[in-house]
Design a protein around this ligand. Structure first.
Ligand code: HDE
Length: 747
């Protein structure tokens, strides 16, 4: 034991006041701590001689589970402290018996710091583990007031929201652009309590009964032995399940479409999937299906682009969402409802409204817009908000209720149950992101992590001790269960109306444009080709034969298998028409937040692209300068990407201004292998242009630079290629981008 060492260093630092250099302060202070003044000199103290309490060291603000500010639990002191609020002078050295001696068990700070770290991870969601979220507001236009008494859907009501988008199958660290359904969960902090609309970006689901959910999820998750593949449906067990449970075929068709590889989370639709019941002031009920319609349109990547993105930027979607919000390009969605009479049979045009594998084409029941949501703020802390948010389809407010859809009924059990484990006990409703903005008086008490300091002695009702509080609301804004007649034999079976598994898959496929059909064929072929078991492929081909003979033949050819003949008599089911509304192609959309790569040389005159950059910027797009190396173009214009870091996946369009040749200093750093073969332009630029071309993105080339395109195998006269002076091409380029992609390139 060497008592001298700590003393020595203490007295030394006491004699040498620390300088107030910025580096020192950043090391030791919490930047921007609210309500604190930054001390200029930090007095050194010995561990036995603590600083007297400072003015800023007040009582922490009381934490209320009812509408408390998220800031309540932020950093409160400019000084580093223990969790007990005791100021610390050192967090870099364990307390040791001499500088080279063993660490002492009495070092509470060490034990507390490591203990907290050891428990930083919580179980990830069993599904929808990977997500990204944002805050925003929802504004009602009042059109739903005739249908529901929900306060947040009355005219002019503005409600704070928190939205979490997710992939379903992958774990928390998986990639954003895998082929998967996207979760679209919205928490409305209404004046009557929290309402959660926990939807997906596809209006139907794989199964008709929640009891199959564990089986479905086990089939799509990685194989148990090797825990591969991650975040993929392209493997035997998934296709085994969906080919054996043919009710999944309609959803699988959406799953194989471009919907599951969105261009951006800002460009996905959202659906409540199930049918819900609305109740108005007069007690009248109607059945509805919820829709979120993105103002930017519904757009997707192409498959190869999604694959490249997985490797080049696994955070692509969350980055895109956060960047757009930060840049002020706030994404917006209109909320709409399809409305159906609440009849006894709960059918609409022969479609069972309780069957979650069916959707109602918008041509049969138009979507009426009832409000608009704007996402305008990124979370402050991923874990506190995005990870700890707890959604639940049973979080309902007066005026909105559930139906007997057996999938929804099972979900009503599952969410609360899973959150108990995931969030460590029953008090997760008190976590700031989950707190209602309406007053809470629930008589729930105690439990792990209880944050509230409840007053009173009678958490039961009725009571005479606490003056009878809390009172029952009666009709005063209370949630009232709509009386429903229920009778029947106790059975384990589906209604006959759930039996048609193919007509809506066919409807969806036949509603697609040719290019979308090509993508679907490609997706089935890819996914099934990744399966090892031929009997699984053959069984799935049989389902495709029931859906569409051409689709089946194309996929079978790709797999090198025979196309089977349909076995069912499809005249028995009414042949559906098509629904143009489910196709993504043909819309012209706003271009907010889209990125344009501008390829220049080291010696390009910045003045030659000023007009282009300004026009793109003013149109709400993001011009990105790409040059052989980093630095500043002409010493003034910042270069955002070098040839080494630029990737086609970042750009919705590319403008070629430079020669595409490497810069004078670039050759040294480059991997020699890229120069194998004869290239007159840098092979990385050749690859970039080739991908931009194949992914059907807009291309523009400065007059005189057409050879750069030719070198990459692109005909400057082809569709979606502009040849122009950079000064005057912005309008045409923006128009091409408004169409999302130049699909006619592959007509
Ligand atoms: Fe979920 N689902 N789900 N789901 N779901 C969960 O709850 C479940 C279903 C959806 O961003 C879990 O807190 C069952 C349909 C979203 O936090 C879990 C069934 C739809 C999210 C659960 C379904 C969804 C979840 C996992 C079949 C669209 C992410 C973690 C009956 C309408 C929410 C959690 C977030 C999450 C159960 C089917 C949407 C296990 C049993 C259909 C967007 O409780």
């Amino acid at each position: 034991k060497s008592p001298k060492s700590p003393k020595k260093s203490t007295s030394k630092s006491a004699k040498t006041p620390k300088s107030s250099s910025p580096k020192d302060l950043t090391d030791r202070l919490v930047p921007g701590a609210p309500g604190t003044e930054t001390p200029t000199v930090e007095e050194a103290t010995s561990p036995r001689d603590p600083l007297p309490p400072a003015d800023d060291q007040g009582q922490p603000a009381p934490v209320s589970p009812t509408g408390g500010e998220a800031g309540d639990l932020q950093q409160q002191s400019a000084y580093l402290t223990t969790a007990q609020g005791v100021r610390l002078r050192d967090t870099d050295h364990s307390l040791k018996a001499g500088p080279r001696g063993p660490v002492l068990l009495q070092d509470h700070h060490l034990r507390e710091k490591i203990q907290h770290f050891d428990h930083e991870r919580i179980p990830e969601r069993v599904v929808h583990a990977r997500g990204a979220a944002a805050h925003g507001t929802f504004e009602s236009n009042g059109k739903a007031s005739k249908l529901t008494r929900a306060a947040f859907l009355q005219a002019g009501a503005t409600t704070p929201v928190f939205v979490r988008f997710s992939t379903v199958a992958g774990s928390r660290g998986s990639s954003d652009t895998v082929r998967d359904v996207r979760g679209f969960a919205t928490k409305f902090y209404t004046t009557e309590g929290n309402y959660d609309l926990v939807g997906n970006n596809i209006p139907v689901f794989f199964i008709q009964d929640a009891i199959k959910f564990p089986d479905l999820v086990h089939s799509v998750k990685p194989h148990p032995a090797r825990e591969i593949p991650q975040a993929q449906s392209a493997h035997d067990t998934f296709w085994d399940f969906v080919s054996l449970h043919t009710e999944a075929q309609a959803m699988v068709m959406w799953h194989m479409s471009d919907r599951t590889i969105p261009r951006s989370l800002r460009m996905i639709e959202g659906f409540g999937v199930h049918t819900f019941r609305l109740i108005n002031e007069a007690g009248e009920t109607s059945l509805v299906k919820f829709h979120w319609k993105p103002r930017l349109g519904v757009h997707s990547m192409v498959w190869e682009e999604a694959l490249l993105t997985n490797g080049l930027d696994p955070d692509f979607h969350r980055r895109d969402l956060a960047d757009a919000i930060e840049a002020g390009a706030h994404p917006e969605w209109d909320l709409g409802v399809q409305v159906f009479a609440d009849t006894e049979d709960q059918m609409f045009e022969g479609i069972d409204l309780l069957d979650p594998t069916k959707f109602i084409p918008e041509e049969l029941a138009p979507v009426e817009i009832i409000g608009t949501m704007t996402l305008n703020a990124n979370p402050t802390n991923y874990f506190a908000e995005t990870e700890q948010v707890a959604f639940h389809p049973g979080h309902l407010v007066p005026g909105i209720d559930v139906t007997n859809d057996p999938l929804l009924q099972g979900r009503l059990f599952s969410y609360l149950d899973t959150q108990l484990t995931r969030l460590g006990g029953s008090n997760f409703t008190q976590i700031p992101i989950n707190r209602p903005h309406a007053p809470v008086n629930d008589m729930f008490r105690d439990g792990f992590n209880q944050q509230a300091v409840h007053a009173g002695n009678a958490p039961y009702r009725p009571n005479s001790v606490d003056g009878g509080c809390p009172f029952k609301a009666g009709d005063a804004g209370a949630f009232i269960d709509v009386p429903q007649a229920v009778e029947g034999q106790m059975v384990r079976e589906n209604p006959a109306s759930f039996a048609d598994h193919y007509s809506q898959a066919r409807l969806f496929y036949r509603s697609m444009s040719p290019v979308e059909q090509e993508h679907i064929i490609g997706a089935y072929t890819f996914e099934l080709a990744k399966c090892y078991e031929d009997n699984i492929k053959i069984r799935q081909l049989q389902s495709l034969a029931e859906i569409d003979a051409d689709l089946c033949a194309e996929v079978a050819a790709g797999l090198g298998l025979d196309a089977p003949k349909p076995q069912l008599d499809h005249n028995a089911t009414s042949e559906p028409s098509t629904s143009a509304a489910v196709s993504q192609i043909g819309e012209t959309c706003p271009v907010d937040g889209r990125q344009v790569g501008i390829l220049v040389d080291a010696d390009t005159d910045p003045g030659s692209i000023t007009a282009l950059v300004t026009a793109l910027d003013e149109a709400g797009t993001v011009p990105v300068i790409v040059a052989p190396t980093g630095g500043k173009l002409g010493g003034t214009l910042p270069i955002q990407r070098s040839y080494a870091t630029a990737a086609s996946i970042e750009f919705d369009a590319v403008v070629v201004v430079g020669s595409g040749k490497p810069g004078p200093d670039d050759g040294k750093a480059r991997d020699a292998r890229v120069w194998q073969g004869a290239h007159t332009i840098d092979p990385r630029i050749e690859t970039l242009l080739d991908q931009v071309w194949r992914h059907a993105k807009a291309i523009a080339v400065a007059t005189g630079r057409e050879d750069v395109l030719r070198e990459a195998g692109i005909d400057p006269g082809a569709p979606g290629v502009l040849v122009s002076d950079p000064d005057s091409l912005a309008d045409d380029l923006l128009a091409l981008m408004g169409g999302h992609r130049v699909w006619e390139r592959f007509a």
